[in-house]
Every structure is written in C-alpha cells, then in structure tokens.
Design a protein around this ligand. Structure first.
Ligand SMILES: O=C(O)CCC(=O)C(=O)O
Ligand SMILES: [Fe+2]
Length: 300
C-alpha cells in the first residue's frame, strides 16, 4: 500500500485524530494536559470516591457484571466480524443498525434500516429483567470497534437527546476499559469527607469498602465540577446503563490510553419522548420500533 493510502485509511474529520492520520508529535501538542481531581465510581455505593476518601454522590449509572458468557461473547464477535466494519472518527470502526439521521438538521429517514441484528434479541430479553431497564425498547444499535494499534478513543460528548431517550445501554466486550466522565458547566459540587479507614476501591469488586453512614458524612469542601473527572471501570462482558445525571449532566469519553487491546462496544438506544407514545412523532417512532424489534436487521 502506498504511503498516502495508509495515511488516508481512517475515518477522522476536522479536529479528530487517530494513530493512522495523526502527524508526529501532534498528540502531545493538541492536548493541553489537564489536571483534574480524579474519582473512581463505586458501583456498590453509587458514589464517586477520591484516593483521599472524599466522595460525592454519582447517580445515573447501573453496572451489571458478566452480562453475557464467554461463549456468547465469542459468538457475537464472530457474527460481527463476518460483517463489514466501517471506518469512523478517532480510530474507531463501526456497524450501525438504525434509521438514517441528520442530528444537526433534526431530520430522520428510515433509509435502509431493516432492524436490529438477530443476536440482540436475547440481550434485550435479559436487559428487561433489571428494573432500571423496564420498558426499554431499543430502536438503534451501534457496534464500535476500538484498537490500540489505531489509537482508538471517543472524545467527551453527550449523546443526542432529540431522538434518543434517557437510557444508554452499552455492552463492553473483549477487554476491560474505563469510561471517563467530565462536566464543563459552571456548577459546583459538594465534596464529602472520608468515612472510616477503608476507602480503597477495587474496581467493580469493591465489596470490602466501608458503607457510608449518613450521620458520619461531613461536608469537606466545594469545588467546581469542571475540576473533577470520574472514572467508571467497565469489566469485559459487563453491561452499563447511563441515565439521569450521568446521561444529561456528565459527558462521557473513552481515552486512548484506556484501550489496551481490541475492545468492542455494543450500544443500544431508545426513543426520546417526542418519538414515543403520545409524542408528536409517535407514528414514525412506532414504525421504526416495529422494524427494530423484528431482529432481522443488516447493518446500514
Ligand atoms: O465505547 C463506549 O463505551 C461509548 C460509546 C459512546 O459513547 C457512543 O457511541 O456514543
Ligand atoms: Fe456516547
């Protein structure tokens, strides 16, 4: 392959780069290192915890470990790899099962959407057993493929909320990773002081941390949200649901340094109220849902 072909074989546009298109030295020059106070999300307590034991509530994350078995994971990856992966931004590749959307113009067409893929039906049935996903009707599925060779990442962003509803559901396959949450608004957060001595977190298995007793919790200080980041450790084969504050107030990102091996993420999205029952685009919403839930889809 000629050098220019190699240089052009990525899906980056504008300000986004991956290891294929990134001119030497740009990575360092582009990113002014930011020093934020880092907190780790504790799934068992629903709080963000600092190394010094300070913490604050972090609502809107629901994590299910071992959502699929190793065999199911292998089968799904095999099915996905039989299909074409399209180049996307920041070194990612993707397969999309959903309507054709122009988010900027808020325009939506069925396009060549034929529904979600067959293997997702069993995932959907399993999801609905969790109260947080009651009534979840997936209308779009996006498979993303991250690799360390391509320096894949996803910049901090909010998912659209004109078309997509509150709950974002992602299945994390092939390797563990970290979802990084940040806020850029001007609000401040009330930081609580440490309780007890055992404050060290052990990722998702943080069973041996102390339980917070509200009576012991003291206000430690107030800091701007923009000075903090919260890391959510996502084990391989776990399913994570983002909703409420974690969906609407915090941006989410996957940093390049947190992709150590190939990682595939399957994200399911539901309709916003506008496209749901009683909404002004209800009819279109119902039509898309019928297609989606036929589970006969091919990627668009
Ligand atoms: O890879 C992930 O876990 C996040 C993907 C994501 O944020 C998106 O597709 O909007
Ligand atoms: Fe997202």
């Amino acid at each position: 392959m000629a050098a220019w072909e190699t240089l052009n074989s990525c899906g980056c546009k504008g300000i986004r780069y991956c290891l294929v298109c990134e001119p030497l030295g740009v990575a360092g020059a582009l990113k002014v290192p930011e020093t934020k106070k880092s907190f780790e999300y504790s799934p068992s307590k629903g709080i963000a915890l600092g190394v010094d034991g300070c913490w604050f509530p972090f609502p809107g994350v629901y994590l299910i470990q071992d959502f699929v078995t190793q065999d199911e994971e292998r089968n799904m990856i095999q099915i996905m790899d039989q299909d074409k992966w399209r180049l996307s931004q920041s070194g990612r590749r993707k397969q999309d099962f959903g309507p054709k959307v122009n988010f900027k113009k808020q325009k939506l067409k069925v396009g060549s959407f034929t529904g979600l893929p067959n293997f997702s039906q069993v995932l959907w049935q399993r999801m609905k057993l969790h109260a947080v996903l009651e009534g979840f009707l997936p209308v779009e599925q996006c498979n993303l493929d991250y690799s360390s060779d391509r320096g894949s990442s996803i910049d901090p962003h909010f998912d659209d909320s004109w078309l997509w509803g509150e709950r974002l559901v992602s299945l994390n396959l092939l390797s563990d990773t970290v979802l990084t949450m940040t806020r850029e608004d001007a609000d401040s957060l009330q930081l609580m002081s440490a309780v007890g001595e055992e404050t060290e977190l052990h990722h998702a298995n943080d069973v041996n941390t102390t339980q917070c007793n509200a009576a012991d919790c003291k206000l430690y200080g107030i800091i701007p949200f923009s000075d903090v980041e919260v890391t959510i450790y996502l084990p391989q084969r776990s399913l994570v649901v983002l909703y409420s504050d974690a969906r609407y107030k915090w941006k989410h990102a996957i940093h390049r340094e947190n992709i150590r091996q190939r990682r595939v993420c399957i994200t399911f999205r539901e309709m916003s109220p506008e496209f749901s029952l009683g909404g002004k685009e209800e009819e279109l919403g119902q039509m898309l849902l019928k297609l989606a839930l036929s589970f006969q889809g091919k990627s668009v």
